[in-house]
Design a protein around this ligand. Structure first.
Ligand SMILES: NC(=O)c1ccc[n+]([C@@H]2O[C@H](COP(=O)([O-])OP(=O)(O)OC[C@H]3O[C@@H](n4cnc5c(N)ncnc54)[C@H](O)[C@@H]3O)[C@@H](O)[C@H]2O)c1
Length: 369
């Protein structure tokens, strides 16, 4: 298979992750270009990762015939426009989570990629995380009998870039940022059933001075077939990223802790370079992870997407996946605004961003009529 040629849009946190992950699968793909608007950033990134071309405007990169697929690692509010521009340029798209900010954007992205005959791939790495994949394989084999409860939690001390805290740029708080993983995970784990209802409890407990967004979120999803998903998210858990699952059936259960469960319990009085994402210190007791990107599933995710571009695999995560997540995000914010369970279908129109359904419950109420 000839290597899939990737252009990355963005040059910071997730761009680094994608560049490292692509390098781990050198037979399948390579990064040939990067685009990022801050002066000097694209060049710095290109030098650091051995990428041939650097652009300050992604639209210029979209004209580069060497690029077949773009990986969008720009802030959430830009995902839709970049996807639509990339599709018009005939490039396949890998879009980071969340797919976008509004449901209208999701529809426009899906339609643009369909019309252009390009793939819209939704980057949910938890579908590829080896520990979680093993849990799903066991569940599918029947190891736990009939699974009735799936829990996923992702929690840390708060995002690294300012735009996440600005709900006009992000669309919401911890639920939007981290809950999109758990919503996708529960849905995928249970075999992609339709959603019956959503209930959520949201609050801003610690970071009121910094954000209007939720920094604590608990979401309960009822699926057709009777299983429940519980998603717990926080921007208030110091000590490094925490990502874990629990699965319960009538014949058994399993627990998987992706990071601390793949770490070396370590004590150091002097500290060392790096323990885990979002850990503030490496002194005292810490849980340094090894093969962090691999344990998350990023290289495996990008390999799958490259193979989809070559027609060798069928996408297990696409624009429709991102849209399902977006619908649940809308319902969760509306539920928290109204203090009630939201039953599906729930399709509020003309909402500027999901968090508005929490902050302005009248918008949510109008959508129920
Ligand atoms: N899958 C995951 O686990 C995961 C992890 C982190 C981030 N993400 C997602 O990836 C996206 C980026 O997050 P991040 O943590 O890398 O943020 P970041 O702030 O570290 O980086 C954002 C990048 O986007 C660039 N950018 C801004 N405007 C741009 C434009 N007009 N054109 C091109 N580039 C532009 C910035 O210059 C910067 O390089 C977000 O949507 C985030 O939710 C996903």
């Amino acid at each position: 298979m000839s290597k899939v040629r990737i252009g990355i849009i963005g040059s910071r946190f997730q761009a680094d992750c994608i560049a490292h992950s692509v390098k781990m699968m050198p037979d399948e793909m390579e990064v040939v270009a990067v685009a990022s608007p801050s002066p000097g950033n694209a060049e710095r990134f290109a030098k650091q990762h051995g990428v041939a071309r650097a652009y300050s405007d992604y639209r210029e990169m979209l004209r580069d015939p060497a690029v077949e697929l773009v990986s969008i690692t720009a802030p959430n509010r830009l995902h839709a426009q970049i996807t639509i521009d990339a599709a018009a340029a005939g490039k396949h798209v890998v879009c980071e989570k969340p797919l976008c900010v509004t449901l209208e954007e999701a529809d426009a992205m899906i339609a643009a990629c369909k019309a252009a005959g390009v793939l819209l791939l939704y980057a949910e790495e938890l579908f590829f995380a080896p520990k979680y994949v093993k849990a799903k394989q066991m569940a599918d084999e029947g190891a736990f009998g009939r699974v009735h409860l799936v829990k996923q939690g992702e929690k840390h001390s708060g995002p690294h870039s300012d735009w996440f805290w600005d709900v006009d740029q992000s669309g919401g708080g911890a639920l939007m940022d981290l809950g999109c993983h758990g919503i996708a995970f529960c849905w995928w784990f249970l075999g992609k059933p339709n959603v019956r209802s959503v209930y959520a409890q949201l609050s801003t407990r610690v970071h009121r001075g910094r954000t209007e967004g939720d920094d604590e979120a608990i979401t309960i999803i009822e699926f057709e077939g009777g299983a429940t998903g519980v998603v717990e998210n926080s921007w208030n858990r110091p000590g490094g990223m925490d990502d874990s699952i629990e699965v319960f059936g009538d014949k058994g259960q399993t627990y998987a802790d992706m990071l601390m469960g793949n770490a070396l319990p370590t004590y150091s009085e002097v500290g060392f370079g790096y323990a885990v994402e979002k850990a503030a210190s490496t002194k005292g007791w810490t849980y340094p992870v090894f093969e962090e990107h691999w344990n998350y599933g990023f290289p495996q995710e990008m390999r799958h997407f490259a193979r989809c571009v070559r027609g060798k695999e069928t996408p297990i995560s696409d624009g429709e996946t991102g849209r399902v997540v977006q619908e649940v995000l809308y319902a969760a914010y509306a539920s928290a605004g109204l203090g009630q369970k939201i039953t599906f279908p729930f399709h509020p129109k003309g909402i500027a961003k999901p968090i508005d359904l929490w902050k302005k419950p009248e918008l949510a109420r109008a959508a129920l009529r």
